[in-house]
Design a protein around this ligand. Sequence first.
Ligand SMILES: Cc1cc2nc3c(=O)[nH]c(=O)nc-3n(C[C@H](O)[C@H](O)[C@H](O)COP(=O)(O)OP(=O)(O)OC[C@H]3O[C@@H](n4cnc5c(N)ncnc54)[C@H](O)[C@@H]3O)c2cc1C
Length: 409
Amino acid sequence: MSAVTDEAATLPAFDVAIVGGGLVGASLAVGLAPGGRRVALIEAAPPPATAQSWDERCIALNHASQQIFAALGVWDALAPEAAPITSTHISEQGRFGVARFSAAEAGLDALGYNVPLRAIGQALWQRLLQALGTTALYCPAQLQALQRDDEGATLQLADGERLRARLVIAADGAGSRVRELLGIGSARRDYEQSAIVTAVRTTRPHGGCAYERFTPEGPIALLPKTRDAHTCSLVWTTPAAAVAARLAAGDAEFITAAEACFGERLGRFVELGRRQAHPLARVLSDALRASRVLFVGNAAQSLHPVAAQGFNLGLRDVATVIEVLDAAGADPGVAAVLDDYAARRARDRERVAGFTDHLVRLFSNRVPGLRGLRHLGLLALDLAPPLKQAVMWQNLGFGGDTPRLARGG
Ligand SMILES: Cc1cc2nc3c(=O)[nH]c(=O)nc-3n(C[C@H](O)[C@H](O)[C@H](O)COP(=O)(O)OP(=O)(O)OC[C@H]3O[C@@H](n4cnc5c(N)ncnc54)[C@H](O)[C@@H]3O)c2cc1C
């Protein structure tokens, strides 16, 4: 690490530079805007001003995430598009064991809300554009090089522009360029599956229930998509070899196959939206912090969507950064601040990443003994109150060091 040069002292200077303005980076920029620090957000894609900028995914926000968005002042904009999830129903194809969770058991109105990713993105960017006095947007702009010294970092963008920051927060996704520039490795597990996502209308109402059904090929999930009682978002985990055929199939053929996999709980599928495939892998960064740098969201950990936890976990990263920086002194990039963040996030991250990965592997394994174990597991979950309570609590987002914002503070 070198000393700051005279030339660096002439560059635009910030307390925090966030690299990546996806859901996690944008949430962080919104959360830091009122804190009085000078913040820059660098996002490679053009400003997402239109609905077409975001993909078709819906994100199931758990209770903790809803609380965080309320604290950030974003929830009111999301509420009209948020479908409440009042219960969940987890089953395995060809078996009777079922695990059920309800909001009433948790003493809540809803376990969470399913919200179009587009709606979350638009609400966040609208807030960002309102905060232009305190947040500088570099967009579209791609981080190309990063040099650190004793007092901060110099970030170089692809167009040659440079800026200074005391702290760099990498929110640049699973293939993080910041990680690459710093030579930080990651552990990658390729699941050789894609999630095909679409919307579907069903003849029976969803009744606010999120269904997940495990099949030998992978899970299929139907979640309430809108407040309309018959529209669900469908997430169908598909082996890599079958993805192209499922995307190319006619609507009728796709519906027949999806119905056969899901069963009849929601009646017949009668209308289908646009289909999109997302290849699935787990990527865990080897570090949550480096000198003058923190990692959040998918840049820190990218998970299989089977338990709908990736963004929820990333939003707890965001809430923790806000908390840690609130308590920090003038320089937010000193080692004590970075260590504090990494220590607070380690347990939650390890638990959720481990739980998600075990779920994928347990339920995608066709070994006969494991089928019995899965069956027992689902029954135990449904029948053993302490176990059920623990899993439910975790899925609500209250497992590790719960950040204050997630507790409505
Ligand atoms: C099918 C599917 C369903 C899911 N469902 C759920 C769910 O129900 N609940 C849930 O909690 N999670 C869910 N997830 C996970 C969730 O989508 C992700 O965790 C979340 O979107 C990650 O956001 P991010 O901002 O960290 O990363 P990204 O969305 O990858 O954003 C990274 C951003 O960084 C920018 N960038 C990259 N490199 C640079 C650079 N060099 N310079 C500047 N900018 C850069 C990119 O343009 C991008 O905008 C799901 C995922 C999938 C695939």
